[in-house]
Ligand binder design. Sequence first.
Ligand SMILES: Cc1cc2nc3c(=O)[nH]c(=O)nc-3n(C[C@H](O)[C@H](O)[C@H](O)COP(=O)(O)OP(=O)(O)OC[C@H]3O[C@@H](n4cnc5c(N)ncnc54)[C@H](O)[C@@H]3O)c2cc1C
Length: 552
Amino acid sequence: ERRDTMNNLTTLLGRTPQKVREIGVLGGGISGLTTAYFLRKMLGESAKITLFEASDRLGGWIDTEIVPFPSSFSTPCHSFVLEKGPRSLRIQGKDMMELVDELNLGEEILPADKEALENRLIYHNNELIALPVGLGGLLTNKFFRKNVIPNALFEVFRPQKFREGEDKTGKVQDESVGDFVERRFGKTVADVLIGALCTGIYSSNARLLSVRSCFPSLFNLEKQSGSVVGGLVSGLLGRKKLTKEEEEERARMKKEKEGRVKSGVYSFNRGMNSIVFAVAASLSRSPTVTFLKESPVKGVEVVDKEGRVKVVFDNEDKEKTMEFDHVFSALPLNVLGKFLAPSHEELANELKSVKYTNTAVINMVFEDKEKILQKYKGFGYLCAPSSSEKIMGVAFDSCTFPAQDNLQQEPTPFNAPLSRVTVMMGGDPSLPNYYNLQPPSSPSAPSPASYNQLLAIARSHLCKHLSLEEESLLSRVKTCYNSIPIYHVGYYQTLERIGALLRGKKEEGKGVPISIVGMGVNGVGVNDCVTTAKKTVEAFVEEVNGEREKHS
Ligand SMILES: Cc1cc2nc3c(=O)[nH]c(=O)nc-3n(C[C@H](O)[C@H](O)[C@H](O)COP(=O)(O)OP(=O)(O)OC[C@H]3O[C@@H](n4cnc5c(N)ncnc54)[C@H](O)[C@@H]3O)c2cc1C
């Protein structure tokens, strides 16, 4: 599960055209798809939209497989869900939930099991430690009593590093997540709890990630209240006056928690692909939207003074080009940087400075419900990076979404006696629990991490951690190269510089007619991507309409 990681939204809007006739969208993941969707919704049929996707399928990292039951399975069942990428969403993503309702997907929402969600574990010092639930749990939990509570009590007395108004000094107002948490809560909390959380969300090292960009609420609590705990307590005591939007958001979340998503986390009956199919189906009903699948983009150039953008791409074994008034890039930032290097060196260097991690997802299905479901009844566990295990964590899919163990068209889904688990590997080379997933040096070179090797490592860890010794009935291994951006310390300044270079100086007619959406902007989760797409398109349409009024 990825969290909504930022509250202050960034919009990387390029120079907008006076007339919008043709728009290109690069990348057919959820960011590209929802960008096209919001453009269509806000501009109507007045502009032609062309979406380029390198592969033969839409969805990007969202990749659900509906698997028919193997004939060897002892109980006759229908099919089950395997998620080879993201598997759950949090109700905090308001724009996503609105989209779900707009697309009439509300009936398909599948809430996560509440009990499983409350039972989260961390693998540390050769054992699985349960994370506490509620205040009572906090006081009785051995690990928390020893390492967290004493540090939390003293946290209010620790010196403040970041203060309001200091951004103006020009010094980098940022620190790594690990250093921030160690300074405020001690080394064990930083290395074990936060270290594990950072591998879970970002597949990266807490000592490399920016606290300001990854956990802005922690950063802001110190900045505004002098202490994280102090700020939280005064919030709980109702000292902070909520804005109208905050009140409304609180009411919306309460309604969801009392209504359709009691656990606060959800997927869809037939998995995450449901949202991809629904957005794509809605777009394909529009006569002015074209999908170009199997059309990898190879180059992006700004062609003339009017600032049209030329996209060079491969299609049906031929190199082709198309021109647009504006392009929205939903590609990884470093990929766009490579394309812009010949014409926009400074911008390209900023984009290429954003590094991405590699991740592997290993799905395994066991014909046995007892061991995992009955013993742990949990969401899964994350490995503390210091534990030196060669995996980042394990999701207990059958516990979180038992209905996805067996899908039936009619009647409603029911459970099957099997256990689906997913092991995540990869991470950052600087971590002890890193597993080398570097992509092959050339397309013909052998991959450093083979299917069988990855599967064997996943199996040996399940055996060690969960005593799950039996062979899996079925497995899938997916390697995700260049998958999650690393929000490095000072990332907010990188984004500021990218934003300024895209806008250029209006009076000089400079700037680039390309806007950027995706995981590199406002958080790495699916919800973040949808919000970024929506806000960027809103800003674009507002500006285009403003320009139109000026010229009419
Ligand atoms: C293993 C894993 C687990 C995750 N789990 C969760 C989770 O549980 N919850 C959550 O909210 N988020 C999760 N995330 C994050 C989530 O997957 C992303 O937020 C989201 O899918 C990103 O969508 P995107 O469209 O921005 O990028 P992508 O999905 O990367 O889409 C980019 C698209 O661009 C295409 N492309 C690339 N190069 C070119 C080119 N040259 N020309 C044309 N097309 C190109 C790609 O093929 C791809 O389709 C997870 C990510 C990973 C990797």
